[in-house]
Ligand binder design. Structure first.
Ligand code: ZN
Ligand code: ZN
Length: 371
């Protein structure tokens, strides 16, 4: 029996106000209209959750084109979100013709450089002329980086599900379970507690596998005295959670205990650096500096973190040299790790919401390695 998350008990996301906030950014982005095809951004701007759509945002109106599969769903979802969007139902080639026609005399039509396909760009160029198409970079993504209360509540609900599910099943790691079986049990537990889907492919990596940051769970049995990295998340109303814990069955040896201590200290340093106005690079430098001081600088082979929302990886970037500013209401991860080939690895990750003077953790599971 899957528990249903009653979304009516959570604050509503303010979908209806987003199109105007996007239009306010057109000048800065160098466009007069924007064609949006990234599905998470379509959902963010309109509330439509279907798997295919193109949205044209004009200065005074917006048009969403989708196909016949979503004829009824699009009406219901736009009605619920209150977004001021006209809809057209058409096959894909005809959708682009409708979009081009709706552009009228608009001068600069923005495309999302990071997600518009080559064929979309070519087809629109046929209709509109090459000169009117301009590349835009992360316009909707910058809006999405700052979450409203409804979005934070959904991410927090997903984090809560992940916390409770993990507490429920983690003792199974001591039962001679394989990585893949533990991943399946954790995922089933999250599903039973109301997660619509896993927020990404669950990672369970034990022993030498833990030295690979994105190892896929396999048939290896989790043994004692070794580190096991578990990285996973739940999804509520499209919003995702992201958490990593590193555990050990039985006694932890000197080398691996030292490694885990260093990662825990780096994560504390990173979390202390998260506050409104800091850059993603500042947070990365705090984690990297801490691990370097502990002698594990070269073992930290990935970025410190990322924004989380409708996508598991979104703006802002918490990476070396990132100039992305952390704004109040941004939801980000802090996830330093250190990996020693053939011996093991550790990563500790929380999802946090940025506040004026610091941050509030949304994932709350204990970081004690003992099971
Ligand atoms: Zn993660
Ligand atoms: Zn992450």
């Amino acid at each position: 029996m899957v528990r249903h998350i009653d979304l009516a008990t959570l604050p509503s996301p303010d979908v209806a106000g987003r199109l105007d906030r996007l239009r306010a950014r057109f000048d800065g982005a160098g466009c007069d209209a924007l064609v949006v095809t990234k599905l998470e951004s379509v959902r963010y701007l309109t509330g439509f959750t279907g798997s295919a759509a193109v949205v044209l945002v004009l200065p005074g109106s917006a048009l969403l084109c989708t196909d016949g599969r979503y004829r009824d769903q699009v009406v219901a979802e736009l009605d619920a979100s209150g977004a001021a969007v006209e809809t057209e139902i058409a096959a894909r080639p005809d959708q682009l013709e409708l979009v081009a026609r709706a552009c009228g005399a608009t001068a600069r039509i923005g495309l999302e450089a990071a997600s518009a396909s080559w064929s979309l760009q070519r087809r629109l160029a046929e209709h509109l002329g090459e000169d009117r198409l301009v590349a835009t970079d992360g316009v909707v993504e910058a809006l999405r980086a700052v979450k409203d209360a409804g979005e934070v509540a959904r991410i927090e609900a997903a984090c809560d599900i992940a916390d409770v599910a993990f507490a429920q099943v983690k003792s199974r790691l001591a039962d001679g379970v394989t990585e893949a079986d533990f991943a399946a049990e954790l995922e089933a537990e999250m599903r039973a507690r109301g997660s619509a889907e896993t927020s990404f492919a669950t990672i369970v990596a034990s022993g030498p596998n833990a030295a690979m940051p994105h190892a896929r769970p396999g048939g290896r049995v989790v043994g004692s005295g070794e580190l096991v990295v578990v990285d996973f998340g739940a999804t509520v109303d499209g919003y995702r959670s992201d958490m990593t814990r590193t555990l050990c069955v039985g006694e932890l040896s000197g080398e691996l205990a030292d490694l885990l201590d260093a990662v825990l200290a780096a994560q504390r340093a990173g979390i202390r650096a998260v506050r409104a106005g800091a850059t993603g690079g500042d947070v990365d430098a705090a984690c990297r500096g801490s691990l370097t001081e502990a002698g594990y600088g070269a073992a930290f082979v990935h970025a410190t973190g990322h924004g989380v929302g409708l996508e598991i990886h979104e703006a802002p970037a918490l990476a070396k040299g990132s100039t992305d500013i952390l704004e109040p209401g941004a939801v980000v991860t802090v996830e330093p790790g250190a990996y020693l080939a053939g011996r093991g690895g550790a990563r500790i990750e929380d999802t946090l919401v940025v506040g004026a003077a610091g941050s509030r953790p949304l994932t709350k599971s204990t970081k004690d390695y003992a099971i």
